[in-house]
Design a protein around this ligand. Structure first.
Ligand code: ZN
Length: 620
């Protein structure tokens, strides 16, 4: 039997039919797209003028480390991608390329999670919409936003074969609706620990993709604090890829490190990168060229998660001189240095030395004489109220807030009876004499009213506000002011001050660490008990939990008794309420001393000399 010879026409038909069958079979199977994300971006992507300093074609080679990251996202063998990145390395553009790739080339349902709904909306309006408008390959795929169609809203955009939804990480409903194949979680370190009461936002988003064999979960962020950083924790679980750059001179491949960025003192414009192998200095163009030739190297075993770390040092958009300038201004304060470390170096920040060594402080204690040190200019007092006693510290203050713990006492008794308060009154009225013959009283006192005896405290302070004896309540939390404006909105109608106790504790701890007599130094008498110093160092600053997406660093008690620390905190509050410039007073005192020595009869030393109009400086 030979059909071929019998019927040659039907052979052609058969061939055509076969071709048709294959074609339709292929279209049903939908083969994986030919291009990777990076290839798609190079071929199709256009940068919009409102979102880019260099509008027009996209070139991955401009910042070549982006290629490895984007290719991993389109690699079918990789399910999870973790990108721990600094600012200025183009991470938002990379995410946009992923979205563009899946709109234009490999349609899929996508979810973009931003920390908040507002951030999701602005990402949609300011970044996504311009890309959809200006990239020819995407044009028309999503309906014109002016059509007021439900298929193109700010947070939901439909295109042939898929859609992209944009949600805030704090919205459980947004995170738990349709099935999703591509989940893009941006700035994950700003997510709350739980979306409402529904649990971890990243886990919620991840669950949405469970039905897709070819799902992809991408997490991108600059990191925050050590131990509280989602992106770092995820990176630690990954194969930890770093970008190695060959030296243009010796070809040694190296990770770029901040320690190899060098500049002449006070001349950020001289900044250059120094090869760790041969010591050759790279200026910016040389560094850009080197980065173009770099490659990613995994430093751990691949267990399904590809992790990328990239700092601002690799950025093709930030001159090193700018980075050095930012660093020099950030390093003045731990808070700004922390932000710079997170955002530029893409490294977590570890709180250092938030504990004080009580032995070291006790070791420095010194003999105090019967009279006050002549450097003391004024006295304040902090009072802690307990169920069976009052504890108080009298602190002497000198120039640059050098301090002397003049007295520490425990007054036993029942705070609901007058006897105990009479004892306190006697101390507050005490007259102290200094070594150079001045006399002084306590200028200001703060009494904690936050405990069980609020009313008793109010009753005590009410007739004494004129003597600057105040009720306070402590409030924890980062970056709270030391003293807030007082309110009278309380049952006693008294002037109630709120003290930012964590801010003050931070101050106390930084002062206790000063070991050189002078500015900020704390003097203690050598007859103080060990228990006192243990109480003084009784807190530790640690990350306790996430709060509204930010890790919360709080002081936590390391001992049950910490009255000594509380008393010092309140005494500092009392000084702060006075709102005085100690150095101005010190200068005035020096001048007066000179005058007194020269013309001893003219100006006798007046007791309580600083009681005067300085109080009216205003509340803080
Ligand atoms: Zn070299």
């Amino acid at each position: 039997m030979n059909y071929q010879h019998k019927n040659p026409i039907s052979q052609t038909e058969a061939k055509q039919a076969l071709r048709q069958t294959i074609k339709s079979a292929m279209s049903v199977l939908k083969p994986p797209p030919k291009l990777t994300v990076a290839e798609w971006a190079d071929q199709e992507r256009r940068l919009s003028s409102e979102a880019s300093a260099e509008p027009g074609r996209w070139y991955t080679s401009r910042a070549n480390y982006q290629k490895g990251i984007m290719d991993a996202i389109s690699d079918p063998l990789i399910r999870d991608c973790v990108v721990m990145a600094g600012a200025q390395v183009g991470k938002t553009e990379m995410l946009l390329n992923v979205i563009g790739f899946h709109v234009g080339q490999d349609p899929a349902p996508m979810l973009v999670v931003q920390p908040t709904l507002e951030m999701a909306q602005s990402f949609s309006k300011d970044r996504l919409a311009p890309m959809l408008r200006d990239t020819p390959n995407l044009k028309g795929k999503v309906k014109d936003p002016r059509a007021r169609d439900a298929n193109n809203t700010t947070t939901h955009k439909v295109f042939p074969g898929g859609h992209v939804s944009l949600v805030g990480s704090n919205s459980p409903s947004g995170l738990a609706s349709r099935p999703i194949r591509i989940v893009l979680c941006d700035e994950v370190d700003r997510y709350p620990a739980s979306a409402g009461s529904e649990g971890d936002p990243v886990q919620l988003a991840r669950k949405r993709s469970a039905t897709f064999w070819n799902r992809k979960i991408v997490m991108v962020s600059t990191p925050t604090n050590k131990g509280a950083s989602r992106i770092e924790n995820a990176f630690e679980e990954s194969d930890k890829r770093f970008y190695y750059v060959p030296c243009p001179d010796c070809h040694h491949e190296q990770k770029l490190k901040w320690s190899n960025v060098q500049w002449e003192k006070d001349k950020p414009e001289t900044a250059c990168y120094v090869c760790e192998e041969c010591g050759s200095a790279w200026d910016d163009p040389k560094r850009y060229r080197a980065v173009r030739l770099g490659k990613w190297k995994a430093t751990d075993e691949f267990k399904g998660v590809a992790g990328f770390h990239i700092s601002g040092i690799y950025s093709s958009w930030t001159p090193l001189a700018d980075a050095v300038r930012d660093f020099l201004s950030a390093k003045k304060m731990p808070e700004t240095l922390r932000v710079w470390t997170n955002v530029y170096l893409a490294e977590t920040w570890e709180d250092q030395g938030e504990r004080v060594d009580d032995y070291a402080v006790a070791e420095r204690a010194e003999p105090f004489g019967d009279k006050l040190d002549s450097n003391i200019m004024l006295l304040t007092c902090g009072v802690d109220v307990q169920d069976d006693r009052l504890e108080l510290e009298v602190v002497g203050w000198g120039k640059d807030e050098e301090s002397w713990s003049v007295d520490y006492r425990t007054l036993y008794g029942d705070p609901s009876t007058p006897h105990l308060w009479n004892d306190l009154e006697n101390i507050l009225k005490n007259i102290y004499e200094t070594e150079d013959g001045r006399q002084m009283q306590i200028r200001s006192a703060c009494i904690d009213s936050g405990g069980h005896y609020t009313q008793a405290v109010y009753n005590f302070v009410r007739p004494r506000e004129g003597r600057r004896i105040f009720a306070i309540k402590g409030m924890g939390g980062e970056s709270r002011p030391i003293v807030s404006r007082p309110t009278r909105n309380n049952i006693g109608k008294i002037r109630l001050f709120t003290l930012g106790v964590d801010s003050i504790k931070e101050l106390v701890f930084s002062r206790l660490k000063i070991s050189e007599v002078g500015a900020g130094y704390c003097h203690f008498p050598d007859d103080r008990s060990d228990e006192y110093f243990k109480q003084l160092a009784s807190s530790e600053k640690i990350v306790t939990k996430f709060h509204k997406g930010f890790p919360r660093r709080e002081f936590v008690k390391t001992r049950t008794r910490n009255e000594a620390l509380d008393c010092r905190v309140y005494a500092i509050g009392a000084l702060s309420i006075l709102n005085l410039n100690l150095n101005v007073i010190s200068d005035r005192m020096q001048n007066e001393k000179v005058k007194t020595t020269e013309e001893p009869t003219k100006r006798p030393v007046r007791p309580n000399r600083f009681r005067g109009n300085s109080f009216v400086n205003g509340w803080r």
